[in-house]
Design a protein around this ligand. Structure first.
Ligand code: NAD
Ligand code: AHE
Ligand code: ZN
Length: 369
């Protein structure tokens, strides 16, 4: 079939809206009509050529929601008409990682996914006879896409696509890092670095679990109001404080934070986040994705004296199990999504969403097909 897609033909170039060819689902695969997709900073990072796994041409996008159109042979858990959220972290429930119960990082299809291919090693997308790579196993910047059954969470039918799509990455990543990765307890103190589409969801997760002192850090002053709206109790703009940022944050949190979260992808910020943790027990969670080749540094003494560095992918969530629950939280009013979706565009204007993100003028932009 033909479908409309925003194709990344080259790094650092705007996406081009073209009609691409899409092959139907093979065994174990599902054809999905994407109804809406968010634009995450990770899409921009890959388009900017900063991703060591970045491939071109490709169809980016990994924060979508849509409807099942057709299922391939052997698919049992989904049928045409089901509402779904694509999962860049699938959940096969059979691999060593899934069975370990220690991680959400299912390994069933990770190798081919990282090569921009379906599990059988081929692509379903092409343009003028040339194969186009899939992205993060999702490619939601296309009106239709094909995914493995294990990479789709079935969600309730009454959740609006243009809001639920954000649960496909930002919402789950932020709230999940608090709930699953850190396991923050009521009364804890926390510092969140980077109050964008992910950081604000960390804030609302912290508020939801009853954290006490919640400090937000951002170089953009306009994020202070946003932070307060989602539970932040104190705001720090590092460019506006005199003296050492770590010392300032340690003082603000009464000796160091119980938990800190990096939502910037900047390795210097990651170091600050670790060092702002409380001696003996503070845990720093890296969510931000750093450019290819970047490395984190600190004095080992920071770890010897009890601070812990952890990472979190997709908020530690097991997609097929946890995503439908987060959709329920949203529909039941337990968490907010609507105010964070600051801009909505048709696919033809998707490049404006990247411009707004780079200018720090949006929280989340969503493309509605
Ligand atoms: P965003 O652009 O919406 O937000 C980033 C925020 O960080 C902005 O408010 C910006 O002003 C702030 N910032 C930038 N430099 C800073 C600094 N030096 N100090 C303090 N604040 C600073 O991006 P987003 O969509 O929220 O994504 C944030 C990061 O999380 C990105 O690196 C993204 O790739 C990553 N991410 C990771 C996962 C995961 O599963 N680990 C999932 C989604 C996104
Ligand atoms: N491809 C990059 C790493 C990118 C990365 O870390 N991605 C996160 C999700 S970001 C969503 O917005 C992730 O889930 N990582 C785990 C995984 O298996 O990819 C690189 O450095 O090569
Ligand atoms: Zn993302």
């Amino acid at each position: 079939m033909k479908t409309r897609a925003a194709v990344a033909f080259e790094a650092k170039k705007p996406l081009e809206i073209v009609e691409v060819d899409l092959e139907g689902p093979r065994a174990g695969e599902v054809l999905v009509e994407i109804k809406a997709t968010g634009i995450c900073h990770t899409d921009a990072y890959t388009l900017d050529g900063l991703d060591s796994e970045g491939l071109f041409p490709s169809i980016l996008g990994h924060e979508g929601a849509g409807v099942v159109v057709e299922v391939g042979a052997g698919v049992t858990s989904l049928k045409p008409g089901d509402h779904v959220i694509p999962l860049y972290t699938p959940e096969c429930r059979q691999c060593k990682s899934c069975l370990s119960r220690k991680t959400n990082l299912c390994t069933a299809i990770r190798a081919t996914q990282g090569k921009g291919l379906m599990p059988d090693g081929s692509s379903r997308f092409s343009y003028k006879g040339q194969a186009i790579h899939h992205y993060m196993g999702c490619s939601t910047f296309a009106n239709h896409t094909v995914l493995p059954e294990i990479a789709l969470a079935k969600i309730r039918d009454d959740a609006p696509f243009a809001k639920a799509c954000y649960i496909g990455c930002g919402v789950t990543t932020g709230i999940g890092a608090v709930v699953h990765t850190a396991g923050v307890e009521p009364g804890a103190s926390a510092v969140v670095f980077g109050l964008g589409g992910i950081g604000l969801n960390v804030l609302q997760g912290l508020k939801m679990v009853g954290a006490d002192r919640i400090v937000g850090v951002d170089i953009n002053d306009s994020k202070a109001e946003w932070g307060k709206r989602f539970g932040m109790t104190h705001f720090v703009n590092p460019t506006k404080i005199s003296g050492d940022l770590v010392a300032h944050l340690v003082e603000l949190t009464g000796g160091g934070a119980d938990y800190t979260f990096d939502c910037t992808g900047n390795v210097d910020v990651m170091r600050t986040a670790l060092e702002a943790c409380h001696r003996g027990w503070g845990e720093s969670i890296i969510i931000g994705v750093a450019p290819s080749g970047a490395e984190i540094r600190t004095r080992p003494f920071q770890l010897v004296t009890g601070r812990v560095w952890k990472g979190s992918a997709f908020g530690g969530a097991r997609g097929r199990t946890d995503v439908p629950k987060i959709v329920d939280w949203y529909m039941d009013g337990k968490i907010e999504i609507d105010p964070m979706i600051t801009h909505t565009f048709p696919l033809e204007r998707i490049n404006e969403a990247f411009d707004l993100m780079h200018a720090g003028e949006s929280i989340r932009s969503v493309v509605v097909f």
